[in-house]
Design a protein around this ligand. Sequence first.
Ligand code: ZN
Length: 379
Amino acid sequence: MQFLPRPTLLFCIGAVWLACVAKGGAAPAAPPADPSPLVQSYVNAVRKLNEEHARRPGKTNEDALKAKLPRAAAASLEKLLGLDASPAVLDGLSECAGAALDLDRTEDFDKIRRRLEATAPDRAKALGTTLSRPRFQLRGLRGLDARHLETFADVMDTVLAAYDDVFGFKEWSKVPGKKLRVRIHLEPKIEKPPHFAPELPFHSEIDFPVVDPEVFRSPTADGKFLFYGLCHELGHVIAMWGDARREEDHHTWAHYTGVTIVEHLAAKQPAPACLAQVKDRAWRSLEGERKRLSGHAPGLEDADATLALFIQIHDRVGPGAVGSAINHLDALDQRKRIGRVRYYTFDELRAGLLATVKDKKAKQAIVDLFAQAKTKPGQ
Ligand SMILES: [Zn+2]
């Protein structure tokens, strides 16, 4: 046995004395526990996993990734859930709820939400609801419940399956393996159309307003093409064009893929039940654009010219070839990325098509189309 050095011994005696005083007198109320180490343990573990995955995604998908959360981080969340509800604990729970969704830990999100419902219902309401399926995660805000999200999820699965059938794009989110996110919010009136939010660090997200949570209706009573909007935004998720300053496609790529998918699903037999109230094809279709642009030469100078180019590529080699070209470029992974979002150029699309289209006549058609597009005035 060792003797303790004197200062340590004094400290121990002092501590025993203080403990006796505390026991004997009226104990002051214990200060609320500081939840920040628990919050940081969970939030940092999520961020670390996402950062490591973004650096080297390999073949890991998000369902496998979320299972890698260290036990210590999961235990920290459990401890946090058990603390008395101080403002700091409530803030910490809200922060962890956001982190949970960053890793698709929807079970953790639901636990936090239930905990907040008991003590801070307004905070629980602000968190909203969530639903995860293999390819995407939905978040419902401003009064959308899980049942409403199921309605939207069926539409989303149907649209993604149509993209598979028509184009066959392999990689959706900007970080391979991560699920797409859709943030759906109930609004009294749609002021802003759906839009792609490319700024998030680890996944691609679409912001989507709805006015009628019970049924997916499009166009809405006031003429908003929500279904076409969803198909269009997914086109942006797949590919942006040019760079941050110059939209090389004049915003026609997402329109092209959008009307193509609207038309494909409108013709599908049997008609998907979740699209019973979708009538967009009467106003938004590839056929309509083909007619409008008949005789319009393909080019790169403006929206009609680039749309004519996409439609002529579609008609000469088929949308499956367009999908294969994009997949080929993704496999090379040499095109531009801005904030991890994939940006393409028409030169790259041409190279991708020529690398993947095998038929000689189709190959020549690609060469001729791009030569025609590039020799137009202003190119
Ligand atoms: Zn757009």
